[in-house]
Design a protein around this ligand. Sequence first.
Ligand SMILES: [Zn+2]
Length: 147
Amino acid sequence: MTMISEYGAQAAPAEGRNVWQAMRRGFACRCPACGEGKLFRGFLKVEDACPVCGEEMHHQRADDAPPYFTILVVGHVIGAMMLYVEEVNDALPIWIHAIVWPVLTLAMSLVLLPRFKGALIGLQWANRMHGFATALPARVRLTSKAT
Ligand SMILES: [Zn+2]
């Protein structure tokens, strides 16, 4: 079975892609296809193609979703921790709050942002979203031409 994409190109026959595995690999900042190649060449700059398997990654369109999920998670965790600490020890000096919470917020955000971006790229890859729908698997590109 061949599929015609919205761009008019023929896509590879549908092959099952494990969504959770791809998202886990992306969360680990690894290629969602092979799980070995690095996904990022900088903090958030995505490699054009996997250096190990050659899977093209430039199709990704994570856009604003990674910051959204980062803010959602960090806000809920830090907010809950602030309320809990205030409930347990309301005599804690304000300067401790002024130092601890911003540092924790920044650290959690910097750790989670590339991981959420990787997981979303994995989700897009597994569901063949955006340009991933028409991209042939790396092994097909290397061995034959699409008809
Ligand atoms: Zn790869």
